[in-house]
Design a protein around this ligand. Structure first.
Ligand code: ADP
Ligand code: MG
Length: 692
């Protein structure tokens, strides 16, 4: 508006035939005249008026002083009578209790040589309050017996004895072999068509994406061919609203978008040249193999593999529930969204994270011992191991390389013993299952993995809090809390919400062995909004968390132990090490998780201490990403010369033809050019007019 009127005024200036009302100086002049008049009246006072004003001022000041003095006298009187009354009972307690009533259990502390007020001094208006007793307050175990009993009641229910370990191993072996014999059993035992593992000499640059249960990772991996690799990655949390939906379109669109962002950030040169090529429409079929990324897709859910880059989703797990995706090819769903963004990416291989971990561990281990098992203990749990083809009794559809006599089998052990032959559930396991999106399924996973451990702990903790005998996170008063205050659980605490307790706090609880458990207590405040938990509260929480974590580790040993026995390597004198690759935040971060597994393995009759010593469990960090790259490489090797590019060019041509032609960014749009010329001419005319 202002600019418009400014231009209008400028245009009118030369021949000004019309004047606007705002241009008239009259109203401004009249207001300044009024101001001058009033100032003149006050600038020439008469002598009588000056005298009266001064007298009034003196009167007001005297009055105010009188009032203030009176108020001060009154305050002093009140203070004096209060202090004289207090000092007449006991000198020490009177000094302390004047401001801070002491709890009877706290020692009163030595007399304190603080400046004492002289009550006769009329200027004494503020006394120095007594300081706190110098001895440290200690927690008074009034109610802890009840809490200790209640904690034991809960902890005992997570007991998993050596006998339990053995019984579960036998059942696991039985269900493994059932799964190798037929479909539709609790352990799916899915053939992966991977018949060999890498030896560390593989080379090349590959893209990999990993859809876990909590996070989505996009990475590019340069395999150096000497057991080493260089990995660049981005990681984002999967938005909860995409996990439970009617269709998976938004989920896969989100994944494709993350791939685009990754390429822009880390492979800008290759990405930009692709964009430029696409926009100019030049050389449509001029792609070379170097310009297209082959991508390994790690998809950590049960899939029926139909080919190296083709697989139908069997069911969702880990809290995902998107009904329309079950039975669909997840590679095609991802490729579709990648194509919508016109990215130079081809989904070349579909990999389960367990298979990826096994591949990565084999690639990086430089010794003669190849891994026999890749296992995941993250949001979910699962394992893939090398099986003799002769043991796979059910039909393996399609072609595969028979030269090694072996094939990697994806066990899908998360659903071990869904039928409940041996697994026994605590009330909190049962409640978790009832309230989950897949009751009755993934029963082993629900006792073992990161997504569920926190929830079990939450339900057990809530149960203890509700029990009238237990004092967990409840203080009778500040004397029962070693911080001399009372605990408060915020209404919005995760304790009150399903999945509101992340199992990461269990690692903090297990790692904190300080006498005051100060780190754990800080974590309870920070993550669960439980303010001022007492030492006893933290001890109880730590005990229950440890029981849940220990049972998970011993159950993990059941799966690992059964596969070690199945491998037949325990009694092979040539095999002095049985290597196992693991990945996932739980096994990586939970203190002593692997040690607890080892301890339970030694308790298995067929393994014993000697057998357990042969078993080496090593973390294959980022195993699923590296493994996906390795499978993409395997896929590349399987292609007949020219296959990949022929298919790729066909896809790209189809997409480009279906697009409306987009002009090259570098060419000048004629409409913009004409607009620019007219604009310039208008400015020149204005300037010329003004000058004249
Ligand atoms: P994903 O399963 O998506 O590949 P992760 O392997 O990182 O991802 O596992 C994430 C799971 O691990 C979450 O359920 C989380 O609660 C759990 N978790 C993360 N950190 C820890 C930790 N320090 N201790 C125990 N569990 C953890
Ligand atoms: Mg993972």
């Amino acid at each position: 508006m202002l600019e418009e009127s400014g231009i209008a005024a400028a245009v009118r200036l030369p021949g000004q035939t019309k004047s606007s009302p705002e241009a008239q100086p009259k109203p401004v002049a009249s207001s300044s005249t009024a101001f001058r008049t009033s100032r003149n009246r006050w600038s020439s006072p008469s002598p009588l008026r000056s005298f009266l004003s001064a007298a009034a001022l003196v009167l007001v000041v005297a009055l105010v002083q009188l009032i203030l003095h009176d108020a001060k006298l009154q305050r002093l009187q009140v203070l004096r009578s209060h202090l004289i009354h207090s000092s007449s009972s006991s000198s020490v307690s009177s000094r302390s209790s004047f401001f801070f009533p002491l709890h009877p259990h706290f020692p009163p502390g030595p007399p304190i040589a603080s400046p004492v007020a002289h009550f006769d001094d009329p200027d004494a208006v503020c006394l120095n309050p007594a300081s706190f007793p110098s001895t440290q307050p200690t927690s008074i175990p009034l109610t802890t017996m009840a809490l200790a009993d209640d904690t034991k009641r809960v902890v005992d229910q997570f007991e998993f004895t050596d006998a339990d370990v053995n019984a579960h191993v036998q059942e696991f072996l039985k269900q493994m072999n059932e799964g190798l014999a037929k479909d539709g059993t609790s352990l799916s035992q899915i053939p992966t068509y991977v018949t060999a593992v890498p030896n560390g000499t593989e080379k090349g640059l590959y893209l990999a994406v990993d859809l876990g249960g909590t996070n989505f990772r996009v990475c590019s991996i340069m395999l150096n061919g000497d057991h080493t690799f260089n990995l660049t990655y981005n990681k984002v949390a999967i938005p909860k609203e995409l996990m439970v939906a009617k269709t998976s379109e938004e989920l896969f669109a989100f994944l494709a978008k993350q791939i685009e962002l990754f390429l822009r950030e880390h492979h800008a040169d290759r990405f930009e040249s692709h964009v430029h090529r696409r926009h100019t429409g030049s050389d449509r079929r001029g792609y070379t193999e170097e310009q297209i990324f082959r991508l390994g897709f790690t998809f950590s859910f049960p899939v029926q593999q139909l080919g190296i880059n083709k697989g139908k989703l069997m069911r969702w797990t880990k809290g995902f529930d998107i009904p329309d995706t079950v039975g669909k090819d997840v590679c095609a769903l991802l490729q579709n969204e990648i194509d919508k963004l016109h990215l130079p990416v081809k989904v070349a291989a579909l990999v389960n994270d367990t298979v990826g971990t096994l591949m990565a561990r084999s690639y990086t281990s430089s010794g003669k011992h190849r891994s026999i098992l890749g296992a995941i203990f993250g949001t979910g749990t699962n394992g893939a191991y090398i099986e003799k083809v002769e043991n796979i009794k059910k039909k393996i559809e399609g072609e595969y390389d028979t030269s090694t006599g072996e094939m990697v089998i994806n066990t899908e052990w998360g659903s071990f013993d869904n039928q409940g032959n041996v697994l026994h559930s605590t009330p909190w396991d049962k409640q978790l299952d009832r309230e989950s999106v897949n009751p009755g399924f993934q029963m082993f996973e629900k006792c073992v993995s990161g997504m569920f451990l926190g929830e079990i702990l939450r339900l057990a903790t809530l149960d203890m809090m509700k029990s009238p005998e237990s004092t967990l996170f409840k203080d009778t008063n500040s004397s029962t809390n070693d911080w001399a205050t009372t605990t408060n659980v915020a209404a919005h605490s995760g304790l009150h919400r399903q999945w509101g307790l992340d199992s990461a706090i269990m690692s903090v609880a297990a790692a904190d062995n300080t006498p005051e458990l100060s780190t754990l207590r800080q974590e309870l405040e920070n993550t669960l909004h439980i303010y001022n938990p007492s030492l006893e509260d933290a001890q109880a929480f730590k005990s229950v968390a440890a029981a849940v974590g220990r049972r998970a580790a011993r159950l993990s040993a059941v799966a690992i132990g059964a596969i070690v026995i199945q491998s037949g390597k325990l009694n092979d004198p040539k095999e002095d090490i049985i290597d196992i690759g693991v990945d996932g935040s739980l096994v990586e971060h939970y203190p002593f998780f692997r040690d607890m597994i080892h301890e339970a393995l030694a308790a298995v009759t067929e393994i014993g201490t000697q057998g357990a010593d042969k078993i080496r469990i090593g973390v294959a960090k980022d195993g699923s990403g590296v493994g996906a790259a390795l499978i993409a490489l395997v896929a590349a090797k399987m292609e007949k010369p020219g296959d990949f590019m022929r298919e790729m060019r066909k896809d790209i041509k189809r997409q480009l033809d279906s697009l409306p032609a987009v002009a090259d960014d570098s060419r000048i749009n004629p409409a913009v050019a004409i607009g620019g010329v007219i604009g310039l001419a208008a400015i020149a005319a204005l300037w010329w007019n003004k000058k004249r």
